[in-house]
Design a binder for this molecule. Sequence first.
Ligand SMILES: Cc1ncc(COP(=O)(O)O)c(C=O)c1O
Length: 452
Amino acid sequence: MVSSSHPRVGVLEWGVKGVAGFRTDVNGKDWQALRERALTLDASDPLRSMRDRFYLPQGIYLDGNSLGLLSVDAEQAVLGVLETWKHSGIDGWSSEPDPWFSMAESCAKGVATLIGAKPSEVAVTGSTTSNLHHLLATLHKPRAGKRRVLIDALNFPTDVYAIKAHVANQGGDPERDLVWVDSRDGHLSIDDLLTQMRDDVGLAFFSSVLYQSGQRLPIAPIAARARSQGILLGVDLSHSIGAMPHALHDDQVDFAVWCHYKYLSAGPGAVAGLFIHERHHAVPPAFPGWWGSDKTRQFDMAPSFARAKGAGAFQQGTPHMLSLAGLAGVLPLFLDIGIDRIREKSLALTDLLMEGLEQLGALYPELQIGTPRAAEARGGHVALLHPHADRIAKALKEHGVTPDFRPPNIVRLAPVALYTQFADLVTTLEVLDRILRERLYEAHDAGRNVIA
Ligand SMILES: Cc1ncc(COP(=O)(O)O)c(C=O)c1O
């Protein structure tokens, strides 16, 4: 377990009305019983000291599935790179104890533990989008009779753009070759999805957790079906990595991509990650670069590419050290706690939140929960559905709770096991109760902010 001896970091001022000054007792529902339970859960929470390692903005932050907060650990690692650069210049690449030259490899090893992969199957490099382009171009060569590509309309847009471009680059026609799994109310039916993995499908690509509804897809049966049908399966882990365990190697997923800036808190635009199952390691990367070299030979400067064994070969250019350092700093927190305990707390948080939202739903019928209730079918965030979701998100923010809004009608609330308290969720429910009861959202314009 990580020591909790680090002093409490303190609270940043964001200039919004803090929740502390918010009156929640005017003709409202009585949240006392839920609050008492939350306080008991907080008092016995084995992860409670972790919160002291994070910079917590004023109010309640429930947007860790868009951008995770800064920890002291990540900050120190980024500052450490700057210090080394300041004092050692080029020697930073080799200076112990954390030579920049091997930082991506050490991060890959840690990330592999979080996602149930072998270290040789993971590379920390690029962005989610660029890694997806790279792996598609490397692994997917459409064949006669297997040209169809199965995706779902609930995939994150950048994935859809990359897949469509890949199909077109391979001489296909996205309009003709893409098969969309039906979705209803933001959810996929797993039966429909499995049924649609038919003989003419050559590639299937899904998110492990859907970014809007928070539905978690069961990767093991999907991967088993893909194997039996000869379908290449790719998965986007952006909304699950750092919030729950995975078993990519054992499930025999072919490839995966993800970012590190959400639950993993590696920093805005942090270097991303990719997984390629070891059974594909003989395939050379489609877009090689010198940073994918066998590390003992990289500086031979030979014209022929002696690639690293495994996923490391998919690195291309010099790592963005300032965007990598945050990951190197924060990863030990996750590894020391263990991803199973993180998932356990995450589920307890979303359980409490959903219980309270169900109570609110009984008072305000327009409010619905868009996330599956069963623990195994949900990720780390909870989606609220409401016709005025855009205005409610703005009202929450005005009153000190930071959610996000996704069109057309979703407010996402993402408690993060390392820094969200159970009591924060009860306060959020109280604030939401009052916003709905007094229609405070009507003070806000409809529509999203440019960056929501
Ligand atoms: C599921 C998913 N994939 C990809 C991305 C973004 O890709 P990139 O990291 O390349 O910006 C996001 C961003 O929120 C996402 O939620």
